[in-house]
Design a protein around this ligand. Structure first.
Ligand code: DSN
Length: 448
C-alpha cells in the first residue's frame, strides 16, 4: 500500500498548481533539479571534499572523466567527487569566485560556518538588525550565533536604504571582525563599494554579503556582485531567486588549498578556513543528492535564458509595486529595485499582516506576514506583508498579470477589512486565481 505521505505530496502539488506563490524566498525548480534531488545519491556518505586541483581551469568533460584524488573519509567516491567538483566549478564561474563550498545544508549553516571560520566567541559582528530587514542569523538574540558572538546592528533610513553613516560610525568605533551586508526584507541595491571602503579601514575585517534573496539576480546580471566590489565572502541559499534545491552555498575570494592542513588565519586563506569550518567544524556528511541538484541548477543559471528570467523577475516586481501604489497600498521604501515588495497593510487598509495573509490563503494567493520598521505588532501580528515575483515569473506570468494580481490583492484587502464578509465573495476571487494559475503550468516545473 502506498504511504499516506504520497497522498499529501499530491495534495500539496495541487495547491501549488492552483494558486500563486508570492513568498519572495520561494520558487519552482525544474524537473532536472527534482530528479537529481530524488536520486540514489542520497545513499552515499562522503564526509570531506574532492580535490581542488584545476579549480577554474579544467573543463566539464575533464572533470567528469578524471579520477580525482580527494580528502574524503569514506571509499567509493569516484562519481561523487566529480559531481561535487562540477557544482564547485559552476558556482565559481557563475559568481566569479575563487572558491565555492557547496556543502552547507542551509543558509543558516552557511552563515554560521563563516562566523566560525573567522571569529572567536565574543568577537564583534556588525550586521543589519532584524526589524530593519536583516535575517535571524544576523544577530537576533534568540539564535545560537547571537549567544556566541557579539552582534552590533545598523539600520535603514526612513527611505528604506542602508544607513551608511550609522554603519560607518559603528564600524570605526567598534572595529568588528565581520561587516555583514545581507537581508530578508530590503528593496534597495546595496552600495557594496562604499561598505568595502569602510571595511578596508579596519585591519582584519572580513567583508561578508549574505545574498540569499538576490543570488539569482546576481547570477542573471541584474544585481551587482559583492565579490566584484571588494567583499571576501558571499553566502546564500540555493532555492530562492537562484531556483535550485533547498540548501546553502559559500563563495569566497582568496587562495584555495588543501583543507587537511590548518592554514594561517589570514583573509587570503579564507576559502580554506571556510572549508574547515563547514566540515568538520559545523557539519558532518554532505547531502550529495542535493549537491548534484545544486550543480544542475547552477548549470541552468549559466544559460542565457536565466538572464532573461532575472530581468523579468525585477520588471514584474516593479510593475506590481506600481500597480499596488495605484490601489493606495503603502509600500516600505516606496517601491522596489529587486524582486521583493513590503506592504504596510496596517496603514493601507487597517488590517494586520496575519489577517491579510489568512484572507489571501482563502483565494490561493500565498505570501507571508512580516514586521515593519518599529512594528508594534510583534512577530505574530505584524503590520506588514512581504511578497515577491521569483516564483510567479518562473510560472511565466508577465507584466499584464501583475496588474491583475494587484487588483486581486486590493479586492481581498477590502474583503478582509470586514470580518462578516460571506465566503462566496472570496470564492469568486479564488476561482479567478485558479483559472489564471492553471494557464501557467509548464511541463516539468509544475503540472497536475
Ligand atoms: N526564511 C527566509 C526568507 O523567507 O526570507 C530567509 O532565510
Amino acid at each position: 500500500m502506498k504511504d499516506i505521505v504520497f497522498k499529501l505530496i499530491e495534495q500539496e502539488k495541487k495547491r501549488q498548481c492552483e494558486g500563486l506563490e508570492l513568498i519572495p524566498s520561494e520558487n519552482y525548480v525544474s524537473s532536472a533539479v527534482l530528479q537529481a534531488m530524488g536520486s540514489i545519491l542520497t545513499n552515499k556518505y562522503s564526509e570531506g571534499y574532492p580535490s581542488f586541483d584545476g579549480i577554474n581551469e579544467w573543463n566539464e568533460t575533464e572533470i567528469a572523466e578524471r579520477v580525482l584524488p580527494n580528502y574524503r573519509y569514506y571509499g567509493g567516491q569516484v562519481n561523487i567527487d566529480r559531481i561535487e567538483r562540477l557544482a564547485i566549478d559552476r558556482a565559481c564561474r557563475l559568481f566569479h569566485a575563487d572558491h565555492a563550498n557547496v556543502q552547507p545544508h542551509s543558509g543558516v549553516n552557511a552563515n554560521e560556518a563563516v562566523y566560525f571560520a573567522w571569529c572567536k566567541p565574543g568577537d564583534k559582528i556588525l550586521a543589519m538588525s532584524l526589524p530593519a530587514g536583516g535575517h535571524l542569523t544576523h544577530g537576533a538574540p534568540v539564535t545560537r550565533s547571537a549567544k556566541i558572538y557579539n552582534f552590533i546592528s545598523y539600520g535603514v533610513t526612513p527611505e528604506g536604504d542602508i544607513d551608511y553613516d550609522e554603519l560607518e560610525k559603528k564600524a570605526l568605533a567598534e572595529k568588528p571582525k565581520i561587516i555583514l551586508v545581507g537581508y530578508s526584507a530590503f528593496m534597495k541595491i546595496p552600495d557594496f563599494k562604499r561598505v568595502a571602503k569602510i571595511g578596508a579601514k579596519i585591519p582584519g575585517c572580513l567583508l561578508m554579503a549574505d545574498m540569499a534573496h538576490v543570488t539569482g539576480l546576481i547570477a542573471g546580471g541584474v544585481h551587482p556582485n559583492p565579490l566584484e566590489y571588494g567583499f571576501h565572502v558571499m553566502t546564500s541559499t540555493t532555492h530562492k531567486t537562484l531556483r535550485g534545491p533547498r540548501g546553502g552555498l559559500i563563495l569566497s575570494r582568496g587562495k584555495v588549498s588543501s583543507p587537511l592542513k590548518k592554514p594561517e588565519h589570514t583573509l587570503e586563506n579564507i576559502p580554506t578556513l571556510i572549508d574547515r569550518a563547514v566540515f568538520p567544524g559545523t557539519q558532518g556528511g554532505p547531502l550529495e543528492h542535493v549537491i548534484a541538484a545544486k550543480a544542475v541548477a547552477f548549470g541552468e543559471a549559466l544559460q542565457p535564458e536565466f538572464t532573461e528570467y532575472a530581468h523579468s523577475v525585477v520588471k514584474n516586481a516593479k510593475v506590481l509595486a506600481d500597480a499596488l501604489l495605484k490601489h493606495d497600498f503603502k509600500l516600505q521604501g516606496g517601491g522596489t529595485d529587486n524582486h521583493l515588495v513590503l506592504i504596510d497593510i496596517k496603514s493601507s487598509f487597517g488590517i494586520d499582516g496575519k489577517t491579510y495573509e489568512t484572507a489571501l490563503d482563502r483565494v490561493g494567493l500565498t505570501l507571508n506576514a512580516n514586521a515593519l520598521l518599529s512594528d508594534k505588532g510583534g512577530a505574530f501580528r505584524p503590520s506588514g506583508v512581504r511578497l515577491g515575483t521569483p516564483a510567479i515569473t518562473t510560472r511565466g506570468l508577465g507584466t499584464k498579470e501583475m496588474v491583475i494580481l494587484a487588483d486581486w490583492l486590493h479586492r481581498v484587502a477590502l474583503l478582509a477589512k470586514n470580518p462578516g464578509t460571506p465566503d462566496s465573495d472570496y470564492d469568486q476571487i479564488r476561482s479567478e486565481v485558479r483559472e489564471l494559475s492553471l494557464k501557467f503550468t509548464k511541463q516539468g516545473i509544475i503540472k497536475l
